[in-house]
Unconditional design. Structure first.
Length: 355
């Protein structure tokens, strides 16, 4: 990885599209810095959307209550004027510093970026799906094996096996049972035991559908699979009763939740303390000039893992980056209330008030 040609050039690259990463887009945008954003998930929101999308959050300033999904939606709307470009379902795999001071980065999908600054907003790490570990099964990923539901219509009138125990897995199974354009031919839910982490009412709805023979549930683990030609045709489920059942399928949806992993960040040579990045709290720069860390991924004296703390860090990190992106240019502090320049960047009309 030593050529800057055929790269996406940008002033800022943000690793992580959770709430803090999204707010970093905003703070950079106010200073005239556009950003690209990379995330391992297929959508924005990070752990707020993945772990507690519908649970209430009470400590966002001036917002009495909102859910993780609502917070994400509001942040996405807030950053619309800055036209950030998102690159989902990929990790940053390599990073090199060039002689001109910029960074050349490659993602797990082969995309390459040439950037002046990097912002690591990866929370406790990249959230990656908990995979089903069977030798050879990975060859069917994105064709018949899926770790999220990219397009429900893709599975209409198909025989589905869904693996999981939480609300996301059960809701998904029941959605394909319902009479709608995405209704599946058959749905079989598989979980290692007859107990779930979903809400009681969700479990009750699922059991009622099983009792009505509209879907099936098998307590057991997938221990093997069968193929016909180059296609996945069935899975073998080993039950607690030692019986092995063969379940025919067209698609296998594995919704076992996500696991945070520090991933490639750990190999970038940045100063770490207990798997977190040490930062200078003046600019939230890491041990490498030009690489900043905001949110739960960083550590410093007095650090508190709160969203409001992460938002504060974004503001100071943006000013730190501006000194690199616009070397030698004064960066005055402006207020969104009164600054015509910020109003222009935000796409709002300046309001003149008489004394």
């Amino acid at each position: 990885m030593n050529s800057p040609h055929d790269c996406i050039e940008t002033d800022a690259l943000i690793v992580g599209a959770g709430p803090v990463g999204l707010f970093q887009v905003f703070e950079l945008g106010l200073l005239g810095i556009q950003a690209h954003v990379i995330d391992a998930l297929p959508y924005a929101g990070g752990q707020c959307v993945e772990l507690y999308p519908d649970k209430p959050i009470y400590d966002i300033p001036a917002v009495q209550i909102c859910t993780g999904r609502e917070l994400t939606d509001r942040l996405l709307k807030q950053i619309l004027p800055f036209q950030a470009t998102f690159h989902f379902e990929q990790l940053v795999s390599e990073i090199d510093r060039l002689d001109d001071g910029r960074f050349l980065m490659r993602t797990s999908k082969g995309k390459r970026f040439l950037t002046k600054t990097i912002f690591i907003a990866a929370g406790v790490g990249a959230f990656l799906p908990r995979t089903l570990k069977l030798d050879g099964l990975e060859s069917f990923e994105d064709s018949q094996l899926f770790y999220h539901v990219p397009n429900p219509g893709k599975f209409a009138q198909k025989s589905l096996v869904i693996v999981g125990e939480d609300d996301a897995a059960l809701d998904c199974a029941m959605a394909f049972v319902a009479s709608n354009p995405h209704q599946a031919k058959s749905v079989t839910l598989v979980h290692r035991r007859d107990g779930f982490k979903a809400k009681p009412q969700t479990v009750a709805q699922m059991r009622a559908l099983c009792a009505a023979q509209k879907m099936a549930f098998i307590a057991g683990q997938i221990t093997g699979f069968s193929t016909e030609g180059h296609r996945l045709s069935a899975v073998q489920v080993s039950g607690a009763d030692a019986a092995i059942r063969t379940v025919a399928l067209d698609a296998l949806l594995v919704l076992q939740g996500l696991s945070p992993k520090l991933g490639p960040v750990a190999t970038w040579g940045l100063a770490l303390e207990r798997k977190q990045l040490r930062v200078n709290t003046e600019t939230f720069s890491t041990s490498e000039d030009g690489i900043f860390a905001v949110g739960d991924i960083n550590t410093y004296a007095g650090k508190r893992k709160l969203l409001v703390s992460g938002f504060h860090e974004c503001a100071l990190a943006a000013f730190g980056a501006a000194a690199i992106v616009f070397p030698g240019k004064p960066i005055p502090l402006q207020y969104t209330t009164t600054s015509p320049e910020l109003h222009r960047r935000l796409g709002v009309e300046s309001q003149q008030h008489d004394d």
